[in-house]
Ligand binder design. Structure first.
Ligand code: PMT
Length: 407
């Protein structure tokens, strides 16, 4: 909730059936604290009422380029310049064509033409045949070359009954694209390796040794870095999260697989942030058949598992690093947290160690928040308050930036 509150967003609506979905986009933007101004084309009002848009946006809906009172209160130039972001959803084939030609024949196209150097995000939606038509594709290419950004369309069932490419991007995808459009790409050209989630070490064909890691911490790091324009390689164990937008994901199961995947990618990266809860031990043998209980009536015997140590990915990443590569480890601790953290930092040799007390409420595994004690090889010590994992990730990236000699 820290990103949108200060943002002024113009939502432009074109005349297509997907206009009804834009109501949800406006609602979500306002829910997250953005200040929303709605501008519609005449055709949009055939699909959705002014009353609905006014009620949802909590403000007057703008449409008339020539209404003097509107122009006095808020000229199209001021409207174009004051907004941090203009989103056009749906951007219809007709609207794309008019924009590509630089036409300014209604308030929406005029304000888009008057916008100079600030982000405009187009979310096209139309029938698949219209989307694939060479004229539309030509217009889209021209608009992208002019610096306008695109989100979607997506493929699926259309309101007209056809299937194919042309559905409006989801509200989530538009919000994420809007956020990225306004975020300076500070990590453009930087490559980051992230590990996340648990590893599972097979005991037999149906059982494994695992842990409670959900992958949320690593996901947040990967997403935050992608938002800054980084190229992110996210190596993750079995988790149930959808891949973060713009992040390359590599799914693995065991510590050995995570080791292989991470080490293959590390040489090309500028930094590694290892949030994964990697198993320290694996069963020495994985039984080929399901382990059976003793037969009924047989004498009960304690069962012994023989374990062997897994590869230590963090130690290997540190051992193979080149000058300038920054390595951040995590430490899941349960007692004597700070002392254990310092000891682990020395043992592992990483630049920074994000220590979390996984017994504390709202901290560590599964939850959406975390509280980090950040320790560094140069004696740095920062005790962060309880933050969302997203905010924690942003702070961590800031800490990495401070260690890059060439940043
Ligand atoms: O996934 P979530 O549900 O969001 O939970 C987040 C988290 C609790 C998993 C995360 O905040 C966290 O603490 N991750 C580290 C968990 C862990 O295994 O800590 P550790 O102290 O055992 O390991 C220290 C470091 O060595 C970690 O960076 C770990 O990734 C790494 N390691 C450990 C063992 C191993 N064989 N190879 C490793 O690279």
């Amino acid at each position: 909730m820290t990103f949108w509150p200060s943002k002024r967003v113009v939502v432009g609506i074109g005349g297509g059936i997907a206009a009804y979905k834009t109501v949800d986009l406006i609602r979500r933007l306002r829910e997250q604290g953005a200040q929303v101004t709605v501008v519609v084309t005449a055709a949009a009002l055939q699909f959705i009422t002014r009353m609905t848009l006014q009620a949802i946006s909590g403000a007057k809906v703008w449409d008339d380029l020539f209404a003097l009172d509107q122009e006095q209160e808020m000229g199209h130039i001021r409207l174009a310049r004051a907004a941090d972001l203009v989103i056009v959803a749906p951007a219809t084939a007709d609207l794309l064509a008019r924009l590509a030609c630089g036409q300014a024949d209604d308030l929406l196209t005029t304000l888009l033409l008057a916008r100079a150097g600030q982000p405009v995000l187009l979310a096209p939606a139309m029938n698949p045949a219209m989307w694939h038509h060479p004229a539309t594709q030509r217009n889209v290419a021209r608009l992208q070359a002019d610096g306008l950004l695109l989100v979607g369309p997506e493929s699926g069932a259309m309101a007209c009954g056809e299937e194919g490419m042309g559905r409006l991007a989801t509200t989530e995808a538009i919000l994420e694209a809007g956020r990225r459009a306004m975020t300076p790409a500070r990590w453009q050209g930087r490559r980051l390796l992230v590990t996340a989630g648990p590893t599972c070490e097979a005991l037999d064909p149906v059982r494994y040794l695992g842990n409670r890691s959900s992958g949320k911490m690593g996901w947040a790091v990967a997403l935050a870095a992608a938002r800054l324009g980084a190229e992110v390689q996210l190596v993750h164990g079995p988790i149930a999260l959808p891949p973060p937008d713009g992040v390359r994901t590599v799914a693995v199961t065991s510590a050995a697989e995570m080791y292989q995947a991470a080490m293959a990618r590390w040489p090309d990266c500028h930094a590694a942030i290892l949030t994964a809860a990697v198993a320290d031990f694996r069963p020495q043998f994985c039984q080929t058949d399901k382990i059976k209980k003793p037969a009924q009536g047989a004498e009960q015997q304690p069962m012994t598992l023989v374990l062997q140590q897994t590869e230590d990915i963090l130690a290997a990443v540190v051992a193979q690093r080149r000058p300038g590569q920054v390595v951040v480890g995590f430490a899941a601790e349960t007692t004597d947290v700070e002392q254990q953290g310092w000891d682990k930092l020395r043992r592992k040799g990483c630049d920074l160690l994000a220590v979390n007390d996984v017994t504390a409420a709202g901290c560590g595994f599964e939850v959406d928040t975390n509280q980090i004690l950040l320790l560094g090889q140069q004696g740095q010590r920062q005790s962060w308050p309880m933050l969302t994992k997203e905010e924690t990730a942003e702070r961590l990236l800031g800490a990495v930036e401070e260690l890059w000699p060439d940043y």
